[in-house]
Design a protein around this ligand. Sequence first.
Ligand code: S6P
Ligand code: ZN
Length: 192
Amino acid sequence: MSTQTDLSTIADFDPGTGVSSTREPIRRRVSDMQAYYADQEAAAAAVAGGDPLVYEYYDMGVQSTSGDVAYGTSTTFPGKVGDEYFMTKGHYHQVRDRAEVYFGLKGHGMLLLQTEEGAFTATEMGPGTVAYVPPCWGHRTVNTGDEDFVFLAVYPGDAGHDYGSIETTGFARRVVGVDGTPTLTDNAEFAR
Ligand code: S6P
Ligand code: ZN
């Protein structure tokens, strides 16, 4: 059996930083996801004050077939919008039953998981943490520390990404700083 994957296109990355020297990252600033944050005044002020980079991630270029295993690194920078920590947009996989494994490389964060049926759970991540995203669970990561939060993500090549569902409903919980401690709070705008 032959594979159509061109191995010369498969990228490597620095396991200390997540950075790949051969691929361009996808970058998200506050302005790319202003409506995701609870404090709209703080989000507007952040955009006006320089529009900081919230996160960047590399897709390492594996082709999107069910037999391939895609992987990438993701870096969420330290920071907050209001009292809410910097986070990824979050998504379900387009093919819902495709699972994913995260492996913590640097810094500290939280992985939020939810189902479309209303279940929610969260797990803390740090260097060496292995976290599993089961089939059908939406996932978002949050940097709860004061350095870059970096992890490796590995998932089936045909998983795809559905951002629209999270954009519409939000996540059931937000992660905010309460007296300096990352704390899960109910999201008042969450619409199941
Ligand atoms: C891909 C995996 C991660 C995210 C990355 C950015 O399935 O879950 O590589 O793509 O953390 O998050 P998001 O929600 O913008 O794709
Ligand atoms: Zn994913």
